[in-house]
Design a protein around this ligand. Structure first.
Ligand SMILES: Nc1ncnc2c1ncn2[C@@H]1O[C@H](COP(=O)(O)OP(=O)(O)O)[C@@H](O)[C@H]1O
Ligand SMILES: [Mg+2]
Length: 347
């Protein structure tokens, strides 16, 4: 096991940029020119936005005299209609609160710009840095999240992805973990050896964590439109302390306890790293979120967050088992570490 509460990928300030390869540069510039003529008049430069796996498809288009644009290649999106609904929610919430990004229509009056088999999406650049864990960032992020959740809750119903209900999530996670650990040798060849070994070394710990989840929180959980991936890089904070939550693909009808618990864990560990302070982090966040900080709520959130992390671990396992899809493998260590850190945050 790695040492707990060490800086990780999400502790680095985001975004960072790198140069776009020549061939991509010309393609992107051409699409932008064809679909966003008005903005193209102010075109100056394209930068690539760095990502965890190095395969970023997000670009910053710098414009003179006006706000720059985030230009995103979304060809890997499963369901473009669901994404369109989320864009519309984002723009509505932008209009009233500016807490979500503003997406831009192209010359055809559409959000998606097609070129060959690629789809592109443009949003206004929000000039901010990711959550760094300081008390100031914690204050502004919690206040903003409390407003965002209120707005999402009261948003008219939209057709969007729906998470499994929390009980079914538990059953699913249980099924995947048992099937992997009971038949592990059958699956060995589907996994890179280091990942397989990491899962074996942590077998007892992972299964114990699963068995200790107190499922009684499920009856006290709410399902609503929420953001299910609130980590430090999905929150941007401007110099004047305005907050914008990005990655709107993560807007879903889902478990409020899992989404808030996950946020408190991810931001809370960053708070711990920044302030070298670990006491009562969950309670501090609950107060700042304007929620009750009773023992029973801390305990519900602890169970919900363990379930969310185990859900992510079981997705990594399933990807390897079924499709030899190794995309998320670099996150396995971070997730196992999370299971060790959760008890310190939710105490
Ligand atoms: N509206 C925006 N303003 C500024 N930066 C953005 C914006 N949208 C995305 N980014 C940058 O691009 C990165 C990736 O965008 P995101 O929507 O989170 O997609 P994903 O994490 O799925 O690749 C973010 O971490 C952020 O650095
Ligand atoms: Mg993101």
């Amino acid at each position: 096991m790695k040492e707990l509460f060490k800086s990780d990928y999400f502790s680095k300030s985001s975004p960072t940029y790198s140069q776009v390869e020549d061939k991509d540069y010309h393609i992107i510039k051409e699409i932008f020119k064809n679909y966003y003529t008005e903005y193209f008049d102010n075109f100056t430069e394209i930068n690539k936005i760095d990502s965890l796996d190095g395969n970023s498809k997000n670009y910053l288009i710098l414009l003179s005299n006006t706000k720059s644009i985030i230009f995103k290649n979304i060809s890997n999106i499963k369901d473009i209609d669901l994404l369109k609904n989320k864009i519309e929610v984002s723009n509505k919430i932008f209009n009233t609160t500016s807490l979500l990004p503003k997406f831009l229509l192209n010359d055809l009056g559409e959000y998606f710009s097609k070129d060959n088999n690629n789809f592109w999406l443009a949003s206004e650049f929000f000039d901010g840095r990711s959550f760094n864990g300081s008390m100031k960032h914690t204050d502004y992020t919690c206040k903003a999240l409390s407003r965002l959740l209120f707005n999402l809750k009261n948003h008219e119903k939209i057709n969007t992805d729906i998470e499994l209900d929390t009980h079914s999530t538990f059953i699913n996670v249980n099924t995947i973990l048992s099937s992997f650990y009971n038949n592990k040798l059958d699956f060995k060849s589907s996994f890179p050896l280091d990942i397989f070994n990491l899962l074996l070394e942590n077998k007892n710990f992972i299964l114990n964590t699963l068995s200790k989840i107190d499922l009684s929180f499920i009856s006290r959980d709410d399902f609503q439109l929420t953001h299910i991936d609130l980590h430090p890089h999905n929150v941007l904070i401007s110099k004047s302390n305005d907050v914008c939550f990005i990655d709107i693909d993560s807007l879903m009808l889902g478990s409020l306890k899992k989404s808030i618990g996950f946020m408190i864990y991810k931001m809370g560990r960053q708070f711990y790293i920044y302030n070298a302070k670990k006491n009562n982090i969950c309670r501090l966040f609950l107060q700042k979120l304007n929620l009750k900080d009773e023992d029973s709520i801390v305990s519900d959130l602890r169970s919900a967050t363990c379930l969310e992390i185990l859900r992510r671990i079981s997705i990594i396992i399933e990807c390897n088992m079924l499709k030899q899809d190794t995309r998320w493998n670099s996150m396995l260590g971070i997730q196992i570490n999370a299971l060790h850190e959760i008890p310190f945050i939710f105490n």
